[in-house]
Design a protein around this ligand. Sequence first.
Ligand code: SF4
Length: 468
Amino acid sequence: MTKQKKKLVLVNPLNTSTKGLVIHRQVIYPPLGLGIIATLTPDDWEVELIDENFDSFEYIDADLVGITALTSSVTRAYEIATIYEEKGTPTVLGGIHASMMPEEAKKIVSAVVVGEVESVWKTLLEDFTKGKMKNQYTGKLLPMEEMVRPKHEIFHKDYKFSSVQTSRGCPMNCEFCSVPSFNGNSYRYRPIEDVLDELETINHSMVYFVDDNLIGYGKRAQKRTIEFCNGIIERGIKIEWFCSASMNFADNEEVIELAAKAGCRMVLLGIESERIDQLQDMNKRLNAKMLKIDSYEIVFNKIHKYGIAVLGAFIYGLETDTPETMKARTKYINNAAIDSVQATVLTPLPGTRLFNRMQEDGKIKFNNFPQDWQHYHFGEVVWNHDLMNQETMDKEISINWHELYNEKILKKKFIRTLKQTKNPIAGIWSYGSNIQYHNLVFEHDDSRPQLSLEDIFGLKDVESTPFM
Ligand code: SF4
């Protein structure tokens, strides 16, 4: 008689009050961590994924439930965990929020995975099978040679991008960022051949490299990127891709040229601010150093030269911001050669020095946790600003975002991108990304209808736009 398999239900929860403003990772890219868990789970388990990016949650019987969450989606994760726990089904929570707030998570779920999951998942399942699951498993930062590939086939078929990771960690130490606490403060690289092998197995032609900085820093990192791009070209891997990088992406034009030949069509640059003093305040050293000797514009122009669009990430409501400085930021963005804009509100995430400092100073406004984590989606002001009261902040942010994402400026940017990159895919991707931000910013504003490509240009083939 064949033994019945145990059932593992994996859940990717979605903040139900808003999608928030960070499009990557949650909204349009598959939940890579859950794919890795699916690979690590032995064959005597059946694995099913509930992904709220596409399907509203419906209870499925399970022996064990594994949930991942960002801070903005953890309130929803706790709701779903509670449904299972009340029925006697143990739940496990992992991901960046649970890693930073394990004691909070333990009040709701049966077990928390702190840090990267690879080194502990099999032990956790063995302990569960023996009825001895502990309430915390702390993962080690394993060398990337040991990284298993995610089971891409469990992801929803409507994801337009595949997610692939080539490295983890970051040696920078920006005050607002929790990546170094979670993935370590140095780069760990996957062997290039392993990444190329994975790229050959996936069915999507559009890929998002989820690394915080695909290019890394220094000559060694440049050499690796060159080898990687050459590998894509030599193996004839036909993909178009989008990645995040730092402003040093443009240090070596050979890197940009090869990235473009290997399929790079858009790069997200964490620019944050156009002011040196603010960059220094948040410890964004590379950008500050660059502005001291040069301008960002040189970087944008070099990237455009090879047909790649620039998605610039900026923060509003920085601690030294005033209505005037935010207005100046918007003017800068609208005039600069930035194709797509990710404008977010300064949000202190747990596990960051920014959060600890603001909490010590009693500045955190939304502090009824865990309920209030749902406000930490980068589109809402969750702390008390020294120089602007709440009403002014809300009003000014709304004014600036209307200036950034109105139909007229989006159209102007699209035409400029086409001229500068001479690459229709780069134009369509950055334009689609802008439209998505527009729709997120105005999702609760009935006077600003949600946009599609068709609305502005009469383009019919909306399906070809990965960001829509
Ligand atoms: S914001 Fe980017 S550069 Fe800064 S610490 Fe985080 S991942 Fe590193």
